[in-house]
Design a protein around this ligand. Structure first.
Ligand code: NAD
Length: 491
């Protein structure tokens, strides 16, 4: 396999698709450019796959399916656990690849992305051993039982912000439930998905069970969604692409799981545990350069605490070390692409046109030397914007948050629920009644009280409104990746 190097234009990689257990070039011989966000330089080429490659992958997956679906659960468990161990054994290499490909800091890649990718396989390996279905008994009349059978070949499509983490969050339950998979990582961050094929081979995953194709949305992505033999699509990405996928897949009656965009509120009440809130709010605003679907981008603070919070928050944000993602000291690296860099900066401009005041950040960072061409944006805090302006309504997905005071619980709730999105919400209060009332009434699939991004992989994960349809995690994922059949015996 080609060398994967940090920040270098001399060791350019040319990636291949992973089909039927083998690395192979795209049929049409077309490639897309891959860039390193830290430098803005070309880092390599990735396959621009199309329907021909998808057809090959589906053929391989169909051939592998009967044996994989019938394999003893203990053996399937061992293979998936072996993949987790393979990821752990290659932590350094995978973290370096993830950081170089996405601009995230090496520390984030080492401590969040790659360990979680391993945990996804470990978690669903054990889940398959315990997965069970219901029975319904009516004495003297009937016994009904539920079969939950694998679907066959399924499609998994993932975004660039947590590349291997979200790619494996889909693939692991799909495989655990007995399906074969055709998967596509984001064309912006293909490296770790590319390495996963080799890890799967080493763990003894039979050829064709997992096929990894590279390419863009309109090409490889759409070809996966449209393929009639692919029975379900598990997608994480933008609301725009999710709507497009639903338009194609829904009339084909495919199962669909759509994890989409967010504009998450962070509600801070004066009675909260202040230091913990402040520290966590810095993280929930700017971890991974604000490019986590769960980041709180609208920070609402109770009036009596607002002045104090504003001063402390801005001071803490200004202390964040930003720069070369390969430096373990840095808390912020680069945003993922030139296109995204331009988009985030255009929103900072828009915020000012809408009357917002930039309290810190507000511009690109110019770094010296080989980092000069990188896509760095200083963490930005803006105040003074109305709730209904575009800056507060549209997903920016970068290191930009707005802060605003509120006077009452009712106002906080109305502000929180005022967008088309509904992925997650965070509430900071020590008032139990209020925490419970808000949790019931917030329009979000996930509510955190006095914490953020504390994950238990058994819990349902997903959004409401324009943030998506369906839930991932635990049994929700195992059920999504199986077909339910009821059998009734007369007694
Ligand atoms: P994106 O929608 O542009 O792309 C996501 C993936 O879908 C990529 O692999 C892309 O190639 C593919 N794709 C795009 N159009 C497609 C189409 N028509 N058919 C099939 N595949 C297609 O999203 P992105 O820019 O990579 O990621 C950022 C977005 O992802 C943000 O909106 C963010 O909120 C969202 N996100 C959501 C969650 C969640 O759990 N809800 C998690 C992470 C990211």
């Amino acid at each position: 396999m080609p060398l994967i190097a940090l920040h270098t234009t001399t060791n350019m990689h040319t990636l291949a698709n992973f089909i039927n257990g083998q690395y192979q070039a795209p049929r049409a011989g077309r490639y897309l450019d891959n860039y390193a966000p830290a430098t803005g330089q070309l880092s390599g080429k990735i396959p621009d796959s199309d329907e021909q490659d998808v057809a090959l992958a589906v053929e391989a997956a169909k051939k592998a399916f009967p044996a994989w679906a019938a394999i003893a659960p203990e053996r399937r468990y061992e293979i998936l656990r072996g993949i987790a161990e393979g990821i752990e054994a290659r932590l350094d290499e995978l973290a370096a690849a993830e950081s170089s490909d996405s601009g995230k800091t090496i520390t984030t890649a080492r401590t969040v992305d790659i360990p979680r990718a391993a945990l996804n396989f470990r978690f669903f390996a054990t889940a398959l051993l315990h997965f069970a279905a219901e029975s319904h008994y009516r004495a003297g009349e009937s016994l009904s039982y539920t079969l939950r059978q694998p679907l066959g070949v399924v499609g998994c499509i993932s975004p660039w912000n947590l590349p291997l983490y979200l790619f494996t969050w889909k693939i692991a339950p799909a495989l655990a439930a007995g399906n074969c998979v055709v998967a596509k990582p984001s064309e912006v961050t293909p490296l770790t998905a590319y390495l996963l094929g080799d890890i799967c081979n080493a763990a003894g995953l039979p050829p064709g069970v997992l096929n990894i194709l590279h390419g863009n949305g309109p090409g490889a992505g759409q070809a996966i969604v449209q393929h009639p033999e692919i029975k379900a699509i598990s997608f994480t990405g933008s609301t725009r692409a999710g709507a497009e996928i639903a338009r194609v897949a829904a009339p084909m009656f495919k199962k669909l799981s759509l994890e989409l965009g967010g504009k998450n509120p962070n509600l801070i009440f004066a009675d909260c545990d202040y230091e913990k809130m402040l520290d966590t709010t810095v993280r929930s605003s700017f971890n991974n350069q604000g490019q986590i679907c769960l980041c709180g981008s609208r920070v609402y603070v109770e009036h009596s605490l607002y002045e104090r919070f504003r001063g402390d928050f801005v001071a803490a944000v200004q202390q964040l070390k930003q720069g070369d993602p390969a430096n373990p000291e840095h808390r912020l690296g680069a945003v993922v692409s030139k296109m995204h860099f331009d988009k985030v900066l255009s929103y900072i401009q828009l915020a000012q046109e809408e009357g917002g005041k930039v309290l810190c950040g507000g511009q690109a960072l110019q770094l010296p030397g080989e980092l000069a061409g990188g896509w760095y944006i200083a963490p930005t805090v803006i105040e003074g914007l109305p709730a209904n302006c575009r800056t507060n309504q549209e997903e920016i997905f970068g290191p930009v948050v707005t802060i605003q005071p509120f006077d009452s619980e009712a106002e906080a709730l109305a502000l929180a629920n005022s967008t088309e999105y509904g992925l997650s919400a965070t509430v900071w209060t020590n008032n139990l009644r209020r925490a419970q009332f808000l949790s019931e009434n917030l329009q979000a699939g996930i509510v955190w009280v006095n914490t953020w991004m504390l994950r238990d992989l058994r819990t349902p994960f997903g959004g409401v409104k324009n943030s998506g349809v369906g839930r991932e995690g635990g049994w929700e994922a195992m059920r999504f990746f199986t077909e339910t059949k009821n059998v009734t015996l007369a007694l």
